[in-house]
Design a protein around this ligand. Structure first.
Ligand SMILES: [Zn+2]
Length: 62
């Protein structure tokens, strides 16, 4: 049972890899991609967020 509708990722690293792929595909379409990861306590998994709180993805610089 998932507490939310977001895609759960087992680890921060897996979420980061997924975020990079999703962000890249969305940016090429002129859309806003995910910019950060956060740990979801109810899910006990990692999710992606469009709010860049912790760090700026290096691939979005420049
Ligand atoms: Zn969750």
């Amino acid at each position: 049972m998932s507490e939310c509708s977001k895609i759960p990722y087992a680890s921060r690293w897996i979420a980061l890899v997924a975020m990079r792929a999703i962000a890249r595909s969305r940016v090429t379409r002129g859309l806003t991609g995910p910019r950060g990861t956060y740990f979801c306590t109810p899910c006990r998994c990692w999710h992606l967020t469009s709010k860049a709180r912790l760090q700026t993805p290096p691939w979005l610089n420049g």
